[in-house]
Design a protein around this ligand. Structure first.
Ligand SMILES: [Zn+2]
Length: 81
């Protein structure tokens, strides 16, 4: 069984899910489809900020692929105390 290998779209560094910076890599989506990944060293400040905002707003645990191949995840729901 082989897992999909991801490489940074800019520097071609290989993504390893066991690396210390694995949580800092960003997936790049265009029109709902993943087009690549960016390592922490290659992300611009704007891309890093966008990812932080998305992470605060989107519940990635709900991510699923739609029949047309686009990824979908719902917004985080606030919990009432
Ligand atoms: Zn890179």
């Amino acid at each position: 069984m082989s897992a999909k290998t991801y490489r940074c779209s800019r520097c071609h560094r290989r993504y390893r899910d066991t690396a210390k910076d694995a949580d800092l890599w960003n997936a790049v989506f265009r029109d709902g489809r993943m087009t690549g990944v960016l390592c922490p060293d290659c992300q611009t400040a704007g891309e890093d900020l966008e990812a932080s905002v998305n992470d605060a707003m989107i519940d990635y645990s709900t991510t699923r692929l739609l029949p047309d191949g686009r990824a979908y995840a719902s917004y985080r729901r606030t919990v009432k105390a």
